[in-house]
Design a protein around this ligand. Sequence first.
Ligand code: PLP
Length: 345
Amino acid sequence: MSYPIDLRSDTITKPTPAMRRAMAEAEVGDDVLGDDPTVKRLEALAAERLGKEAGLFVPSGTMGNLVCLLTHCGRGDEVILGDQAHCYIYEQGGASALGGIHPRPLPNRPDGTLDLEAIEAAIRPDDPHQPRTRLIALENTHNRCGGAVLPVAYMRRVGELARRHRLKVHLDGARIFNAAVALGVDVKELVADCDSVSFCLSKGLAAPVGSVVVSSADFIREARRARKVLGGGMRQAGVIAAAGIVALTEMVDRLAEDHANARRLAEGIAELPGIVLDPATVQTNIVIFELHHPRLSPQALAKALWERGVWLFAIGGRRLRAVTNYHVTAADIERAVAVFAEVLR
Ligand SMILES: *Cc1c(COP(=O)(O)O)cnc(C)c1O
């Protein structure tokens, strides 16, 4: 068992022994000059896994999204996205701050989707008074919607809608492998309708650093320029890319364990006093629930759990979030449920 049981995020994961070995032995070169064979190998592997022509290694998911938005949109262009989207809420408004890109938020439904009719209605007419709609941005799995999975059929319908209106689709696929594993589909199928995808190596896949953007070869050429102007050109980055290769080849299938643990946690705490949670809504590794307790605020619960070695975050309002990950075992989940019960009763 681990102590503490750290459910704050899957970003807390540390590199596996296989990653550490790969990092120590990585062949490297100056990647800004195109000389790092390990980075090239990771980029090619990522592109192949997601069924796209090319990949680009970036330092973070935030930069992955930003590079894509800057490449799809010019100043004054508009992106349609969810009002709960990570790139709307948690990325400092980088697309507008640095790219002059106008966000058009639509309400995310609890399942992480945007209503197709609402998307269509939000597309701007050809009118000099208005910004130009260029892009639809989706998120799969959806973080603020409790790790909700957007299914293949929905992704396909958004793609069709976008093509009909000559728009592009960007996917914030920070946890796209969680979605593919939960659905039991090839990730290629899930992102087939997306023009660009950014996914994280450093979350459930447990690599220490980095995300990869995949798209067409032409798009990646432009995205590489955007990465450079943001300061994301990294020199002997093969040292970290090596861990990313291990993440992609060895760490995907085991995400199912995180999902089972999250479901077990949800089932174990759902009936406890004050907790409002439907375990059936927990599809992947994120458990979001509300607390309506006579004695404890969400912050007080988080503190009481923390003092007993169970770490998670209160995320505003009455909500708390627990995220299962590589370092959390099934036995840890049993222990966490017991600690919840002790604190809430
Ligand atoms: C974590 C996350 C990101 C950004 O990742 P960083 O590497 O922390 O910048 C983007 N989108 C979603 C949905 C995320 O969960």
